[in-house]
Design a protein around this ligand. Structure first.
Ligand code: GAP
Length: 435
């Protein structure tokens, strides 16, 4: 993780938030490459969950909602972790994370913990000119509730009836006791949530399984190592009381297995809770039973920051190759999927001071720019390759002296480091097939 954190900073993927002031725990900024990569992760999810289906509609709700939302959802009463403080070093820990409940993992003091107590994960703010309790509001800890309270607005305006889904990507906030592991556990993050509503006609578990399979296929299609990914079926005692089934998607990070996404069958719990507190009817009219029904809910809730971190960790490799003369060279490479990589094609001029080469390379890069995410660079070819390997660029195109005679370029592929000579007229097609 230290190596990946250093690379993420050096190459402009992830910076500590407000670093010049010493940073703020649990908050991170995405640099020029990180911002592009994160957008690619979101697009990949959105494409598969919304655009490629005719039964899922898009949504974008506000971060701050009426505080009653969080009473109905149960967050005000129960969204907390249990924490303890070490009386000696003053460090704070999540009680459920402590391996040894008698000895402080930081300073080693024995029996120095305070009594365990609840700590609300809800971040508060106030809305309007008054700062009294009537102005109290929360930054949403999940995007899902924005969908639930709008269920009726959405199905009426989009003329949908269950089975159908509502999807949203947006910021969520949790005042985590112990943020850590780069962007794995943070206080401000993005969620990609799909809420799929089904009639209570006995097919709900089938739909639940279909979503688990769809999400499995999604991770596999972006090349995540299958032996580092598991779909953990929650046992009845591990599920929240309202959940009828649950699968956690977990990845084997350098520090152990960590959750990326939770897929849950939430029954009628959420809509019923909002109907009770608001007094509004959120049921739909079921044409089969000719009755007003509360639909069942299947949820897939993924963290964008955790997914991006997974793609980075999973792609990271340091490899040593030995040339025919026995000389070993080491390189760091991010084997990112071409749809996720921030740069897809880098175009180089072999020399900085040869205007014909520079002009030709720049013109090729300009032509490719409207089809691929490109970058122009020039100089020492070894250094250029090393830099692009580190940021995960799948293809490098080099304009050299021969280019001026034979109208072709050298295309070097990141993973096998294979090089091919490709004519100008074939270049676009060659890259398109492979990205
Ligand atoms: N609506 C259901 C829900 O929010 P969750 O398991 O609490 O379920 C879903 O959260 C996902 O959101 C997690 O699997 C994780 O990827 C992401 N997530 C939750 N808390 C996070 C945090 N503190 N930092 C980064 N990602 C987080």
């Amino acid at each position: 993780m230290e190596e990946i954190t250093a690379l993420a900073k050096r190459r402009g993927f992830i910076f500590q938030s407000s670093e010049i002031y010493g940073g703020l725990g649990g908050f991170w900024d995405y640099g020029p490459l990180g911002a592009v990569m994160k957008r690619n992760v979101k697009n990949a999810w959105w494409r598969d969950t919304v655009e490629l289906r005719d039964d899922v509609v898009a949504f974008d709700s506000s971060i701050i909602m009426h505080p009653a939302t969080w009473e109905a959802s149960g967050h005000v009463a129960a969204f907390h972790d249990v924490m303890v403080d070490c009386r000696v070093c003053k460090h704070r820990f999540r009680y459920d994370h402590l391996k040894d409940r008698a000895r402080c993992p930081d300073c080693g003091s024995a029996n120095a913990f305070t009594e365990p107590r609840n700590f609300s994960l809800m971040l508060r703010t106030s809305v309007g000119p008054m700062e009294d309790t009537s102005a109290l509001a929360y930054l949403r800890p999940e995007t899902a509730q924005g969908i639930f309270v709008n269920f009726k607005n959405v199905y009426q305006s989009s003329r949908k009836r269950p089975p159908f889904g509502i999807a949203q990507i947006g910021k969520a906030f949790r005042n985590e006791i112990t943020p850590g592991n780069l962007t794995y556990r943070v206080r401000e993050f993005e969620q990609a949530e799909l809420e799929y509503f089904v009639p209570d006609d006995g097919k709900d578990m089938e739909v639940f399984r279909e979503w688990v399979e769809r999400r499995k296929a999604w991770y596999a299609s972006y090349g995540v190592h299958q032996d580092r990914l598991r779909f953990y079926e929650l046992k009845p005692e591990e599920r929240p009381h309202y959940a009828r089934a649950g699968v956690d998607v977990e990845y084997l990070f350098p520090w152990g297995w960590g959750e990326l996404e939770s897929i849950a069958h939430r029954g009628t719990y959420d809509l019923e809770a909002h109907m009770r507190l608001s007094g509004k009817d959120l049921r739909f009219f079921d044409e089969t039973s000719k009755k007003h029904e509360t639909p069942l809910l299947i949820e897939s809730s993924a963290g964008i920051d955790r997914t991006m971190l997974t793609f980075l960790v999973d792609a990271y490799e340091r490899e040593t190759s030995v040339d025919p003369n026995g000389k070993a060279t080491e390189r760091t490479v991010l084997r990112l999927h071409p749809c996720i990589a921030p740069v897809q094609v880098a175009v180089f001029s072999l020399a900085r001071n040869k205007p014909e080469l520079v002009e030709r390379a720049r013109s090729i890069e300009r032509d490719l720019r409207s089809h691929f995410r490109t970058q122009y660079d020039e100089g020492n070819i070894g250094q250029l390759y090393r830099r692009q390997d580190e940021i995960g660029t799948p293809f490098c195109v080099t304009v050299d002296y021969e280019t001026l005679d034979d109208a072709s370029v050298t295309v070097r592929e990141r993973d096998a480091m294979r090089q091919e000579r490709i004519g100008f007229e074939k270049l676009h097609e060659y890259l398109e097939e492979r990205t």
